[in-house]
Write a protein that binds this ligand. Structure first.
Ligand code: NAG
Ligand code: NAG
Length: 354
């Protein structure tokens, strides 16, 4: 009798503990964030998100990272990526449905960002069904290179790549619109930048740093690198149109002097960015596309590039302000171990667009 009661108590405790544990898990702030993020997605994307909320939230983080890098890489231009929100990306709205070069860049980098972030999660053991890539095997024996072998955690970009395809691309049943074709193509071009630029990171092992064994693993390119590779593709983006039966994109014939080259029905290269609409000049704010305009932007008087005052301010002119701020100066090392500095006034001239 006594034994039965102890057993019962034991079982009840187990169930209570399990319930508390379960509640803790579903109520962690991250899962709460994930569910609220999923709730403002639409249709298929929402379903996919709700099936695996933490993956969805990670995709969101990937897009956030992508937009940050986009801002850095375009900081010298009239359109500098600000004004684009995470919601714009997932709902393919405003600049993301303009079908121009800027849209193509945004789709590509967002899709790459999702690939990147989800793959990072694999390496960190965050997802049940993926881990490190066990495929790279063998040793390196390149001439002049110290010998090394695969080891450590190779980043398994395939999982992130596949997830990004399913989550970010318009589904198979989506309308055969020009926009949807462009999104698919540019998303793929973005993911390929990760796939085609997988690198190798190595670490020495051996007695007190003797490096008798070098172990290497596959690593993804940093998003900063992805952003700059895509920037080159942006500059060389290919203008396309939808073919008659709406099954594929074909290159627009480029105006050429002399002999006409027939580019009809030629597909754009898969790794290129594609666009269909000519971009506006981005001089003025345009709410419809989330364009902020260049009023108030800081421009450079000495530059000859896109951040020069005439270019950035679109010929409207600029205001000049004298600025002063405190900077550290006359720094000295004091034994031991401090650095002491004075504060000096530094003046400079700032130009901002009218
Ligand atoms: C339409 O697409 C099919 C393949 O899906 C192709 O065989 C056919 O020639 C296309 N028709 C036109 C008019 O382009
Ligand atoms: C980008 O442009 C907006 C306005 O167009 C401005 O507020 C923002 O500071 C700019 N960002 C950078 C990094 O220059």
């Amino acid at each position: 009798m006594e034994i039965a009661r102890v057993c019962l108590f034991f079982f009840v405790s187990l169930i209570v503990l399990a319930a508390i544990d379960g509640r803790k898990r579903t109520r962690s702030p991250r899962s709460q964030d994930a569910l609220s993020f999923c709730s403002w997605l639409k249709d298929n994307q929402q379903k996919k998100c709700e099936a695996q909320p933490l993956l969805g939230l990670s995709a969101r983080d990937g897009v956030e990272l992508a937009l940050k890098e986009c801002g850095n890489i375009f900081k010298d231009r009239r359109w500098n990526c600000s004004g684009v929100t995470i919601a714009d990306v997932f709902q393919r709205q405003r600049m993301l449905k303009a079908d121009n070069r800027e849209s193509s860049y945004l789709h590509a980098i967002a899709s790459a960002g999702v690939t990147f972030q989800i793959t990072k999660g694999c390496s960190q053991g965050n997802w049940d069904d993926c881990g490190c890539d066990s495929k790279p095997t063998g040793r390196g024996k390149k001439e002049g290179e110290a010998s090394w072998e695969w080891g450590g955690c190779s980043e398994n970009y395939r999982y992130g790549y596949e997830y990004s395809t399913k989550f970010m691309d318009p589904g198979k049943n989506a309308d055969k619109t020009l926009s949807n074709h462009l999104v698919r193509h540019n998303n793929e071009a973005g993911r390929r930048v990760i796939k085609d630029n997988m690198g190798k990171t190595c670490k020495c092992h051996g007695v007190s740093g003797s490096c008798t064994v070098r172990v290497c693993w596959r690593t993804m390119p940093k998003m900063e690198i992805v952003a700059s590779i895509l920037r080159k593709k942006f500059d060389n983006a290919v203008r396309v149109k939808l073919n008659k039966n709406k099954t594929k994109l074909t290159r627009m014939p480029r105006p050429r002097r002399g002999r006409k080259r027939n580019t009809n029905n030629k597909r754009p290269p898969p790794a290129s960015l594609v666009y269909a609409a000519v971009s506006p000049d981005f001089c003025r704010a345009d709410k419809k596309y989330g364009v902020l305009g260049t009023v108030g932007r800081t421009c450079s008087k000495s530059s000859l590039g896109t951040d020069s005052c005439p270019m950035l301010c679109c010929g409207r002119g600029y205001n000049t302000v004298n600025r002063v701020s405190d900077v550290k100066c006359n720094c000295a090392f004091i034994w031991c171990c401090q650095v002491k500095c004075d504060l000096c006034k530094e003046e400079w001239i700032e130009h901002t667009c009218k």
